[in-house]
Every structure is written in C-alpha cells, then in structure tokens.
Design a protein around this ligand. Structure first.
Ligand code: CIZ
Length: 337
C-alpha cells in the first residue's frame, strides 16, 4: 500500500488545511500563523513520505523557503536524479516535472497542481516539428527545455537558457537548425552563435509583460543599477544593447555573487527576486515589472503542497515509448554541458 495515508498525519491534518483562493491559486496574502502551521505540517508529511521538495526559482517565496532545493529546471532535474528520497514534490510547472519523472523512473514525482502548465511549451506541437523535418531533411531540431515530453521526443537536442550558446556551438556548422518554441531566446542564440537558425514564433507571456519603456524609466531612476535581462524577454530584440548582462535565472544568481555593483534591475519573472533578496540581503533588486508573473507557476501553493503529500497526487508520468525518445535530446545536452 505505497500510497496509504502517513502514520502521524491523518484526516485531521487534512481537515486543518486552509482552503486555497477561490481562483484555485494560493490564497495570498496568507497570515504568518497560517504559513507557519502549513510549513510545520509539510515538514511532518515530508518525513512520513520520505519526500523531498524541489522548487523552481519562479515559485512564491513561502514555497522557496521550505524547499530542500530551489533552482532552475536543469538544477532541479539534477537534484531529482541525485536524491535518495522516494517521493519528489516538484513545485514548478508540468514540463519540468516530466523531465524529473523521466530521469527518475524509480521515484514518485508529484506536482501540487496538475493545471500548472506552460503557455510557451503549448505553442509548439510534435506534428509541427515532423512537418518541418519533411521540408528540411538535413536540419537539426533544438528545443528549449520549456517543451512537453511529446515535443522533446521529436527533437535532436535540448537546451536551457544557461547552456543554449554552448550546445548550439557544438553542432555541425553545415546543418540548418530549427529552434523551438521561444522566438526571443532563439533570436539571442542566433545573434550569439551566428548559426543559421529558423525561429519558431513562441513567447512567454510573463516575459512579454516586460516592456522597453518600463525598463528605460527604471534605468533613469536607478542609474547605478546593472540591468540583468532574461533571454525570454519580449523586449529582447530592441533592448539587447541596453542589457548589462543577458542571463538565465541561475546565471543571474551566480552573477550577482561576483558582481562589483550593489543594485540590479531584474527583468524576469518576479519569483526570482525572492531568492536573490534571500541570498544577498545587502544588495538592492528592482523588478523590471511587478506584473511579470507566471500564472501557471503561481497555481502551486503551500496548501497544495501539503495536500499533494497527503493524497499522493498528482503523479506525473511519461509514457515509456515517449520517455525513451524524449530523454535523447536531454542526455545529449547533459553530455555537452
Ligand atoms: O530553465 C529554467 O528553469 C527556465 C525556464 C528559465 C531559467 O532561466 O532558469
């Protein structure tokens, strides 16, 4: 009975769970007593279930605070592989949990909210990639990690925003590349590598909220601040010359550690600012826009993390035939980086 309710935590604990907001998202702001109660409950459940909690850099602060590890999708996948826990509560979005499930077939991977998807990942389909291959039989298909397992199964290489340049530079120069699905990351990689890249027209709605005008007025208000920009930013093509650094989320975390400056304008999903402020309390961080929020990431909440550990739902599984093919581009990426 692997999914029986834990010994210590029973229905009483479940009944004590406060309800999530009426929109199904976290009931924020939550009062500190409620947060403490939930955090304690999750700690007990975690021990009972022999579970580990992995949180993406874009998760709400209270989830980051109780996670065993917070990071980008690649870091989380590596942690998932390394852990000896039996259960992984993956606080992120569905494609990330799929990657963890494929890399760890012997572990149970749970996502607190099954609706936590990715608008960008939904912008490309396996059929579209098959059609491109018919037109470009010698081409290579490179997918951003923000793709479903079914799409990855059709691709040759996978990249993250941290390692995209390195992976593309390693590919044979005479091959055309189709890059899916993010147009802006693809444009950045094209400019950096000078490779012949066919760009898909996908975009991340949270990063699209970061408009050039907002960034220019923040730069005027904080002239000493360095401007750190994520390559998914919709403003990328126009603002690239303004960015002091174009970095992935982990790239930003590492860069701030060695940067001489003390102030930073951060153009990415606002969840990352919680991690930056926690790690570097002596620096100042300004969100390029407080509206740059991923509503999918924000579907996860402390309540749903607790609920996932009680009910052992929602289990993320990838069909073995898809997983076998989808792991190929991921493993090729891991071998290069
Ligand atoms: O790879 C990730 O986690 C994503 C989606 C972005 C980033 O820059 O970390």
């Amino acid at each position: 009975m692997p999914h029986a309710l834990p010994r210590v935590i029973d229905e009483i604990a479940v009944a004590a769970l406060p309800a999530a907001g009426s929109n199904g998202h976290a009931a924020v702001p939550r009062d500190p007593t409620q947060t403490r109660r939930l955090t304690e409950l999750i700690a007990r459940l975690k021990t009972e279930r022999r579970a580990v909690i992995l949180a993406h850099n874009y998760q709400e602060g209270s989830i980051q605070d109780l996670a065993d590890f917070t990071g980008d999708s690649l870091g989380l996948a590596r942690q998932a592989k390394a852990t000896d826990a039996e259960v992984i509560v993956f606080c992120g979005v569905h494609f990330m949990a799929e990657t963890a499930a494929m890399l760890c077939p012997d572990k149970t991977v749970l996502i607190p909210d099954l609706q936590a998807g990715c608008s960008l990942a939904d912008m490309v389909t396996p059929e579209a990639i098959r059609a491109w291959r018919v037109a470009h039989p010698d081409g290579l298909v490179v997918c951003y990690v923000n793709t479903s397992a079914a799409v990855k199964a059709e691709c040759d290489y996978c990249v993250t925003s941290t390692n995209g340049v390195q992976v593309l530079q390693s590919l044979p120069e005479d091959r055309d590349i189709l890059f899916v699905p993010d147009f802006y990351l693809g444009s950045y990689l094209k400019a950096k590598t000078k490779r012949k890249i066919h760009l898909w027209r996908g975009y991340c709605p949270a990063h699209a909220a970061l408009l050039p005008e907002l960034i220019e007025s923040l730069m005027d208000a904080h002239p000493e601040a360095e401007f750190l920009m994520h390559p998914e930013c919709g403003c990328l093509t126009k603002q690239m010359h303004l960015a002091d650094r174009i970095l992935s989320t982990e790239g930003m975390v590492q860069y701030v550690n060695r940067a001489p400056g003390r102030e930073f304008i951060v153009a990415t999903e606002v969840g990352l600012l919680h991690r930056l402020r926690a790690l570097y309390p002596d620096r100042r961080f300004y969100a390029a826009s407080e509206h740059a929020r991923c509503h999918h990431m924000n579907r996860n909440s402390l309540e749903k993390v607790a609920q996932a550990l009680v009910s052992m739902e929602h289990v993320v599984r990838v069909e073995p035939a898809i997983a076998e093919r989808a792991l190929r581009p991921i493993e090729r990426m891991l071998a290069i980086t």
